[in-house]
Design a protein around this ligand. Sequence first.
Ligand SMILES: Cc1cc2nc3c(=O)[nH]c(=O)nc-3n(C[C@H](O)[C@H](O)[C@H](O)COP(=O)(O)OP(=O)(O)OC[C@H]3O[C@@H](n4cnc5c(N)ncnc54)[C@H](O)[C@@H]3O)c2cc1C
Length: 465
Amino acid sequence: MNRQIIEKLTGIVGRDYLLTDRQQVSAYLYDQVEIPLRPKASEGCVVVKPASTEEVSAIVSLASQENIPVVVRGGGTGLCGAATPVYDSIIISMERMNHILEIDEKNMMAVMEAGVTLADLLEELEGHEGIGFPVHPGDEGAQMGGMVSTNAGGARAVRHGIMRNHIKGIKVVLADGSVLSLGGKLLKDNAGYNLMHLIIGSEGTLAIVTEVTLRIYPEEKYTASIVASFDTIEEASSAVLDVVKSGVSPLAVEYQDKKLNLETAELLGLHWPVKEGSADLIIILSEKTETALYDNCRAIDQICDRHHAREAMFAGTKQEEADVLAIRSGSYDVIKDDIYHSFDMAVPPSSMPEFLGELWRLVDSYDTRTNITAHIADGNVHNDILLVDGKVPDYHRELQEKMYQLCFSYHGTITGEHGIGKLRVGDLPLQKSPREMELMEQIKKVFDPKCILNPGTVLRSQREE
Ligand SMILES: Cc1cc2nc3c(=O)[nH]c(=O)nc-3n(C[C@H](O)[C@H](O)[C@H](O)COP(=O)(O)OP(=O)(O)OC[C@H]3O[C@@H](n4cnc5c(N)ncnc54)[C@H](O)[C@@H]3O)c2cc1C
């Protein structure tokens, strides 16, 4: 990046908040996507760390005048290469915009800068008795701006939905540097097209989010987890459909292969409470009263019985619950070095028993295996194609295509929550019609005619090269 631009950026954020040194910049180039799949980051990037919407606006105005790409970096926890700059870019790190501006207990809303992490928000809410925020993608280092821009989901979506359901307002900087406030503390607002919802989930390609207003909620006091084990994945997922239908509303229903649970427990030196069977469910309950908690535990136990559960254990103490959750969330560390490519497909929940069974058999036909973890009640599956002897298997494209075709045959999507990023740009047209792709491209052009905002993400880059 030329000297003049660097000087102008320094004038906006100050010398201490501009990084040009390769080594320092390298910490801002990649997210958590598997190393063999990472898009290659461009080497001529600089990092700026603005402290306000005004500074973001000044940076983007400059980028627009000079036709320089801008990539926002949130917590860098993304799983599809979206935050990786593939052109020489100005990387805007939101880390200094980390202030919670208001916890409004009357309207039950929280207003914060986009660089506030999920951990920061949860910590702040601990000081406001009985109030919480339910959306929880696995890594609390994710920032609010990142969670808005990826429309994050997570384990609690079965009861509480995804980010989109809780965002009431955003402040954004557009591609020409202008600032727009969308939404606010309104519970109802039907005025015109909803630009806020267009920007939610747009992965930094339509606007830069600098401020977020979220709904917050009263928290339930009584929690417990049930761990149930089945012989087959189909039995486990059929039981889940009945749990949801029964009117019990669990906080989360997670599936994980038993093999993975046992291996993770061993690695962490913890105890996995069910030994029989091969397909495990973790069902987390959170209720207002102790009676409701016990009634729902009993109802779930009966449903699991009807679906031939081999064992169902109640993790009642805080420690037992914490151990179960640590094993569920620690499993990725056990397998990550063996994974070539992780997937994030989703199908209608009622199709899960058949879909999971067929997925399992498809992978087996390649004489390999796949690790399956799932936000099973949402129909959202994370599985993988594994390296073979440390190498990318030659069948990987064919197997991926067959998995996608299977997913489409159940009217599913290639990504339930992680997004398209740069990883799945080529796959999006497999799912979307040419007309839908064309409309998305036109929308991108309206918001960002020079294609400076995170080019090459979601859609093929429309930059003139
Ligand atoms: C262990 C683990 C578990 C996970 N589990 C889940 C899960 O259950 N559900 C789920 O949905 N996700 C999950 N994720 C993925 C990830 O945490 C989410 O996608 C998260 O929302 C990303 O936020 P981030 O701040 O880290 O964004 P980043 O990775 O920094 O960026 C993601 C995208 O958002 C853009 N962006 C970031 N901030 C802004 C902003 N202020 N304005 C405009 N664009 C911006 C970036 O340019 C990029 O395109 C998991 C990740 C890990 C590592």
